[in-house]
Design a protein around this ligand. Structure first.
Ligand SMILES: Nc1ncnc2c1ncn2[C@@H]1O[C@H](COP(=O)(O)OP(=O)(O)O)[C@@H](O)[C@H]1O
Ligand SMILES: [Mg+2]
Length: 321
């Protein structure tokens, strides 16, 4: 079977500005790929090219085996897009909206009603399906948007920041809906600013920064390849924390991070896991007379790897442009 997405050397410019600068991306059929990156990285632009809404300036782009420039209509028949703009009617109920979508897509009355019920259930709106959408909260609207995008169970589904602004329960509903769809054979490309979302949903992660792919692999591979492990120490006396960080830093593969922890400080140091690394650090601290309340060696999180890769603070990346 053809790859769900195959992108080679994709270039997109707006005037003088190069927004996508030679992007390569491959998503095998049946897989979920998360496109991560700070604001302005080019995620939405990439999704717009892949969904035929804008034309690329260079490179080759195929979706479900079909060229987006030469055969855009065929591409559109095979894809679903859930963008950041809602596509539902306020006056209608959620159920009516979904039935309408189904009918617009030639499902027929009974088929459209059946699909509407399934989708309401799937996104957690079964109990409120009769209420006019104008009474919905932001999270409920987003769930309905997603349900509308799922009406046809598309071959490849694109979701541009599907859970931005949702509460944790709403986010889980969306994740369940996506998983359900994947189980039925849909391939997914989603953009997200939430690392947890990538970890929860994606087989593969692709990090975009400044219009280029700066890292890709499974979430686990990415976290492991970039950062190794993290050694965490809790130092009870905050006045000794800088010294503790310097001592631990001798065993480190990168600069230590520090944050307050109770009355003391937590020092986090990237290390390459090897026998004796924890013992050596604890002994050195003991020799310096620094009391350590807690020691932990754990894998690097995707969050930390992401920060490492992009050099961008994720809190800053969450501020809308
Ligand atoms: N229609 C447009 N005209 C000019 N510049 C644009 C347009 N759309 C996006 N850009 C610019 O392209 C860059 C990437 O934007 P975008 O793809 O929306 O990034 P992301 O979705 O990763 O936040 C940004 O610098 C943005 O300002
Ligand atoms: Mg965007």
């Amino acid at each position: 079977m053809a790859d769900a997405i195959s992108v080679t050397g994709l270039v997109k410019r707006y005037g003088e500005k190069v927004v996508l600068d030679g992007v390569d991306l491959r998503v095998a059929s049946g897989r979920v790929c998360a496109l991560l990156g700070p604001n302005g990285a080019g995620k939405t632009t990439a999704v717009r090219v892949l969904t035929t809404l804008i034309r690329p300036d260079g490179g080759r782009v195929e979706v479900a085996g079909v060229d987006v420039v030469r055969r855009p209509r065929e591409v559109r028949r095979r894809i679903g897009l859930i963008g950041q703009q809602p596509a539902v009617d306020d006056v209608l109920s959620a159920r009516e909206n979904l039935v309408l979508f189904g009918r617009l897509h030639h499902l027929g009355g009974p088929g459209a009603r059946r699909r509407a019920e399934e989708l309401l259930e799937q996104v957690g709106l079964a109990g409120t399906g009769a209420q006019p959408v104008r009474q919905f909260s932001g999270g409920m609207r987003r769930r309905l948007d997603i349900a509308a995008g799922l009406v046809l169970a598309p071959q490849v589904l694109f979701l541009d920041e599907p859970t931005t602004g949702l509460d944790p329960a709403g986010r889980r509903d969306v994740w369940d809906a996506v998983r359900d769809l994947v189980a039925r054979g849909t391939s997914v490309l989603l953009t997200t600013q939430y690392l947890e979302e990538a970890e929860q949903l994606a087989d593969d992660v692709c990090v975009l920064d400044g219009g280029r792919v700066v890292a890709s692999g499974s979430p686990r591979e990415l976290a492991a390849a970039i950062g190794g492990d993290r050694l965490e120490l809790v130092v009870g006396d905050p006045l000794r924390a800088a010294e503790a960080a310097a001592i631990a830093g001798r065993a480190a593969a990168g600069p230590p991070a520090r944050e307050p922890d109770g009355g003391g400080e937590r020092v986090v140091v990237p290390v390459q896991r090897r026998p004796g690394v924890v013992g050596a650090v604890v002994r050195a601290l003991d020799e310096a007379g620094i009391a350590v309340d807690d020691v932990v060696l754990r894998p690097t999180t995707l969050d930390e790897a992401y920060l490492w890769i992009t050099g961008h603070d994720r809190t800053a990346a969450e501020v809308p442009a």
